[in-house]
Design a protein around this ligand. Structure first.
Ligand code: PA5
Length: 471
C-alpha cells in the first residue's frame, strides 16, 4: 500500500523512561541487561513461525482465496437479511465486535439501511445471560436474520446452546429453509459443529487448525462478520501485513510488536503487572476488550515452559478517555505504583465538531468557544499523559493516524506479536488456556455431560459452603 508510511501507527514510550518519569521508569541498563533474552526471544519467534507453530503470523498473506469466497458469499446474501448475528464467545466474538465498532458508525444499527451501505444490521450475542437473547428477539425477526455460529472447538456450551435455540426457532418457522439462515465458522475436523454443519447442509467457513481462538480475528472468524458489516477486509489484512513487515525487524527499536512486549515485560519485573489500556476514541473502546482477552488469556499462566510453577501474567485493565478521567484516573495518578498506562490516541478523528462562541462574558466557559471537540479530546489526552508523568507513573502512547481498516489491521497484529513476544520473554506458552478449559470442564461436569463423571465427583467433593459466611 503506497500510503503505508503516513498510515503507520506509532508507539511513543518516552514516558516509560526514567529520564522522563523518574524512579519507576526504565533505564538503559534495564534494556541492556535483557539484550540476550530479547535476542533469544526474537530467534524463537522466527523459528516457531518457520516451524508452523505460529500460523496466525501468516494470516495477512495467505488468505486471498478465502477473502474472495467471503466477498462472493456476502455479495450473494447481504441483501436477503435484515440482520447478521454472530453467535460466539471469547476469541470467537471479541474481535468481530471490536473491528465493527472501530470501523463503523457508532450507531450503525440505528442508521437507515442505505446509510449502512445496504448491509444488514450487526449483532454479537456472546453471553448466555437469558435476558440478552430473549430481548434480542424483541428487535429482530429470526426468519430475516443470518446467524453466524462461530466456534473453533465446535463444542463451547455457550455458543452451541445459542445455536440450538436459534436452530429450533428457525425450523419451527421455516422448516427445511432454516438452513439458509445459518452459516458456521469452525475447525475442519474438531468438535460437533463441523459434523452438524455437514449433516444439515450449513454453509461453512474453516478456521485454520493452527490458529487459536484469540488469534483468529484475521481468519473467517473476523473476516466474515466484518465483510457483512461493509468493512474492507482486504485493507484490514493489508494493515496487518504492513505491521508484520515492521515486526520482522531484528532491531527491536524498529519493531513495535517486540518493543511493546518488552516494555510490558520490564514493567512486570519492576513490580508493575497491571496495564491500563485507555483509548481516547469511543471507536477503540472494544479494541480494549479484545486486547484484554488476548493479553490475559495468553500471558496469565501457572507453569513456565520448564514445568515450574511461576504464576505469572499482566493484568489488563480497560479504561476509556476521557470518560474514565472522571473515574479511574485518580487511582492511576495517586494510587499504588503497580501499573503502567497505555494511552491510545488518534491524529485525525473522522468528524469535527466546533463548540460555539457563546458565553464570552463568562471566562470559565468562554475559553471553550471556537475550539473543537477534536482539540478538546486531544488536549485532555495530553493532560492525562502529563498528570501521569508528573506523578511518576510510567505511560506510553499508541497513536493511530486515523481509525480505518488499515490502521486497525496494524493494531491487532501489533498486539498479537507483542503477546507472542511477551510469552517468549516470560518463558511460558502463550497459546494455550488451561485455566479457561478448567471452567469449561466444570460446566460440562455440573450439567452432566457424558465423559465428565470424574470431574463431577471432584466437584461434589469440594467443601460445602457455611451459612455463617453468608450474611
Ligand atoms: O482464545 C481462546 O481459545 C478462547 O477464548 C476461545 O476463543 C473461547 O473459549 C471460545 O472458544 P470456541 O471458539 O472454541 O467456541
Amino acid at each position: 500500500m503506497s500510503n503505508s508510511a503516513n498510515q503507520k501507527i506509532r508507539l511513543d514510550y518516552n514516558n516509560m523512561m526514567q529520564e522522563f518519569v523518574g524512579g519507576y521508569g526504565f533505564t538503559r541498563e534495564d534494556f541492556d541487561g535483557l539484550a540476550e533474552k530479547v535476542s533469544a526471544a526474537t530467534t524463537a519467534m522466527k523459528a516457531k513461525r518457520a516451524q508452523g507453530l505460529m500460523d496466525w503470523r501468516d494470516l495477512p498473506h495467505n488468505q486471498d482465496k478465502i477473502v474472495d469466497e467471503i466477498l462472493a458469499y456476502v455479495a450473494a446474501k447481504a441483501d436477503a437479511f435484515d440482520a447478521f448475528v454472530v453467535l460466539g464467545i471469547g476469541g470467537s466474538a471479541l474481535g468481530p465486535m471490536a473491528v465493527q465498532q472501530a470501523v463503523n458508525h457508532p450507531y450503525y444499527n440505528e442508521l437507515p439501511r442505505d446509510k449502512r451501505g445496504g448491509y444488514p444490521k450487526f449483532y454479537v450475542v456472546d453471553n448466555v445471560d437469558p435476558e440478552r437473547l430473549v430481548y434480542l428477539f424483541d428487535i429482530i425477526d429470526v426468519d430475516k436474520c443470518l446467524f453466524n455460529v462461530v466456534s473453533k472447538s465446535g463444542s463451547t456450551s455457550e455458543t452451541m446452546s445459542q445455536f440450538m435455540i436459534i436452530k429450533q426457532m428457525l425450523e419451527e418457522k421455516l422448516g427445511p429453509d432454516a438452513c439458509r439462515h445459518i452459516v458456521c465458522t469452525t475447525d475442519s475436523e474438531k468438535g460437533n459443529l463441523i459434523k452438524i454443519a455437514q449433516q444439515e447442509g450449513y454453509k461453512t467457513f474453516i478456521i485454520p487448525s493452527g490458529v487459536g481462538g484469540r488469534f483468529s480475528e484475521l481468519t473467517p472468524v473476523g473476516l466474515l462478520p466484518a465483510a457483512f458489516a461493509g468493512i474492507d477486509i482486504r485493507a484490514l489484512l493489508a494493515g496487518a501485513a504492513y505491521m508484520d513487515e515492521l515486526c520482522n525487524n531484528e532491531d527491536i527499536q524498529s519493531n513495535p510488536g517486540h518493543m511493546y512486549g518488552l516494555l510490558n515485560y520490564i514493567a512486570m519485573r519492576k513490580g508493575m503487572p497491571m496495564s491500563v489500556m485507555m483509548p481516547y476514541a469511543d471507536s477503540l473502546k472494544y479494541i480494549s476488550d479484545w486486547y484484554a482477552q488476548l493479553w490475559a488469556e495468553s500471558l496469565g499462566k501457572k507453569y513456565d515452559n520448564g514445568g515450574n510453577v511461576v504464576n505469572v501474567g499482566p493484568t489488563p485493565i480497560k479504561a476509556l478517555g476521557v470518560t474514565d478521567q472522571h473515574s479511574q484516573v485518580q487511582l492511576y495518578v495517586e494510587g499504588p505504583y503497580d501499573k503502567i498506562v497505555v494511552l491510545m490516541g488518534v491524529d485525525e478523528y473522522r468528524e469535527t465538531i466546533t463548540i460555539p462562541k457563546i458565553y464570552g462574558d463568562i471566562p470559565s466557559l468562554g475559553f471553550l468557544g471556537g475550539a473543537t471537540h477534536n482539540e478538546l479530546i486531544t488536549v485532555e489526552q495530553l493532560s492525562t499523559e502529563y498528570a501521569l508523568l508528573s506523578s511518576g507513573r510510567p505511560n506510553m502512547t499508541i497513536t493511530l493516524p486515523r481509525v480505518n481498516e488499515f490502521t486497525i489491521g496494524q493494531l491487532l497484529y501489533l498486539f498479537e506479536v507483542a503477546t507472542g513476544f511477551a510469552g517468549e520473554l516470560l518463558n511460558i506458552n502463550a497459546f494455550d488456556q488451561p485455566g479457561v478449559e478448567e471452567g469449561k470442564n466444570a460446566t460440562y461436569a455440573m450439567f452432566g455431560r457424558p465423559g465428565y463423571e470424574d470431574k463431577k465427583k471432584e466437584l461434589d467433593a469440594r467443601p460445602a459452603k457455611k451459612d455463617g459466611f453468608i450474611i
